[in-house]
Write a protein that binds this ligand. Structure first.
Ligand code: NAD
Ligand code: MLT
Length: 525
């Protein structure tokens, strides 16, 4: 397999890739050149310079994995990659400390006028009184985003004895308390902060979330630090606020457009800037390169990946318990689609018993893969694109978790609603990995899935099973196993036969004409 590294990364990462793949490092492609070159590669590794657009992704005929040596994937069209079943992996932990330290460095430099004083003295001036700063001690730090970097910034701010007010929609009171942050609503933070630091991703919700309104609400003389992403702050509004003196200063590592060489904020003495250096330490560059290389190797070799951004991952600590259910789910999806017709509107997946204690989303994805491979005849459906494709096709999927179940340790039930009907299939595992389908429509049964099967519904009368067996025998089809289930004596029943070869339409038609047979289906797994 071939991997292209299109932005500079540490040699240690490249060496790791070379242990397994042919690797080309070429960091000066134009977009057009990259579009032409990508055709040959199975993997692409970038930092932040290469823009991995939908056009490049679609040109990557063999492309399976895109790796980002860093955290932010905003230079990758993740939706386009997902649609094509291409996994996107990043290296989120490699540069956490580097960026947290840079944020604190920027805050201190801003508080003590370090850059201005440096320039002044190097111009042979000795102007002590011009550079009187402020202390961090006992000041209020407002922080947006309490993830990896935000939490490390908090630790360091605490060592300066700052009071920390934070906002993060995905963090619990308990976690905030543990790291020493008082959670507050955004406006309260903005009003009370002496220093405000941003550590959120750039999303439609966070774009320009510090704008004219927020800046006008801030304390006179407050200071702002952004080492997260350009675009979180409205740069024009910040320019006005610093120029007017309302905001005493800003320290920026990131900009809405990078390289930010002609940015208006560069005109202002009270704005200190670095050219996106948050992650630029020797340690972090090695960290992200090695981490993304490891993820690329695992992803291309089909090993577990821990940092995919567009795939539901089974956490390593639960892999042992959850993984055996994956084939059951894919089989149930495939089995359903081959037995029943109709445009699916909703799929309810009910996880009952012990399995309900684990993250089940990857299992639901396996189920969808089973459905979609049969429905679309497309073997390129995978963990990356299955959920997106199901959604596009209007299939609404819900998971229901129930810790209790009768008769089984675990039971997974799928209830599928089409315009015409609702059908149910349930499955379980016996002794850890023996797959059984234990419920088909309204019939309890115990089916061991096999490569070729027939599913027949019939009226429960003497002689039906014999006639089916004779017809199959007369047509050279060997029966390997059979299970039946019925709702009541003489009522409707289901028969599942494991056979040793595919069943032709002609044989299916003969069986469907037998007395008391209601429907016949051939299933191939
Ligand atoms: P993370 O995913 O660990 O943390 C981000 C946090 O932001 C999460 O806890 C999330 O819940 C929170 N969040 C999301 N929306 C929010 C909102 N509207 N308001 C408040 N909080 C919100 O990510 P991280 O590794 O800590 O990275 C944080 C940021 O730093 C990212 O934007 C990343 O791209 C950037 N980064 C920059 C550099 C650099 O060189 N300057 C280096 C690494 C990371
Ligand atoms: C990141 O998202 O990891 C940072 O922006 C650092 C970078 O890659 O330059």
């Amino acid at each position: 397999m071939k991997v292209l590294v299109s932005d500079p990364i540490s040699d240690l990462g490249v060496m790791k890739l070379r242990e397994k793949f042919q690797v080309d490092v070429k960091t000066d492609h134009t977009p057009e050149e990259l579009k032409a070159a990508i055709v040959d590669y199975d993997g692409l590794i970038v930092r932040s310079q290469t823009q991995v657009t939908a056009e490049i992704i679609n040109a990557g005929k063999n492309l399976k994995v895109i790796g980002r040596a860093g955290v932010g994937v905003d230079n990758i069209d993740v939706a386009a990659a997902t649609q094509k079943g291409i996994m996107v992996v990043n290296a989120p932990e490699g540069n956490t400390i580097a960026t947290a330290e840079h944020s604190v460095a920027m805050m201190l430099a801003l508080a003590r006028n370090v850059p201005k004083a440096n320039i002044s003295l190097k111009s042979n001036e000795w102007k002590k009184s011009q550079f009187v700063g402020v202390e961090l001690f006992k000041k209020t730090l407002g922080i947006f985003g309490l993830g990896r970097i935000g939490s490390e910034v908090v630790k360091r701010a605490k060592s300066f004895e700052m009071e920390v007010l934070g906002y993060d929609p995905h963090i619990s009171e308990e976690r905030a308390k543990k790291i020493g942050v008082t959670l507050c609503e955004p406006d309260e933070i903005i009003k009370r902060a002496d220093f405000l630091t941003l550590h959120t991703p750039k999303t439609s919700k966070t774009y320009h979330f510090i704008g004219e309104r927020e800046l006008s609400m801030m304390k006179e003389g407050a200071r702002i630090i952004n080492c997260a992403r350009g675009g979180l702050i409205d740069e024009q509004a910040l320019y006005e606020a610093v120029k007017s003196g309302k905001i005493a200063g800003a320290a920026l590592d990131v900009f809405e457009e990078e390289p930010a060489v002609n940015n208006i904020l560069l005109e202002l003495d009270n704005v200190i800037v670095t050219p996106h250096l948050g992650a630029s330490t020797k340690e972090a560059q090695i960290g992200v390169a090695v981490l993304v290389a490891e993820q690329m190797v695992n992803a291309l070799l089909g090993q577990p990946v821990s940092t995919a951004v567009n795939v539901a991952i089974i956490p390593p600590e639960t892999l042992h318990d959850v993984k055996p259910f994956i084939p059951l789910m894919e089989i149930m999806g495939s089995f359903y689609t081959q037995v029943y017709n109709g445009q699916i509107e909703t799929i309810e997946v009910i996880y009952s018993g012990e399995i309900a204690n684990y993250p089940v989303q990857p299992l639901t994805t396996s189920l969808l893969i089973g459905f979609l491979k049969v429905m679309l005849g497309d073997m390129n459906i995978n963990y990356v694109n299955a959920a997106a494709i199901a959604e596009q096709r209007g299939m609404k999927v819900t998971e229901i978790i129930s810790k209790t179940v009768d008769n089984f340790t675990n039971l997974i039930t799928i209830r599928v609603k089409t315009k015409e009907e609702t059908k149910t299939i349930a499955g379980t595992l016996f002794s850890k990995n023996d797959i059984r389908i234990v419920h088909i429509d309204r019939f309890n049964i115990e089916v061991v899935p096999s490569k070729y099967m027939m599913v027949i519904t019939y009226v429960d009368k003497p002689g039906v099973i014999g006639r089916v067996g004779t017809t199959l025998g007369n047509n050279d089809v060997n029966i390997a196993g059979m299970q039946v289930g019925r709702a009541s004596i003489g009522g409707e029943a289901v028969m599942v036969l494991q056979v040793d070869c595919p069943i032709t339409d002609d044989v299916l038609s003969k069986i469907s004409k037998l007395e008391a047979v209601l429907s016949t289906r051939f299933v191939q797994l």
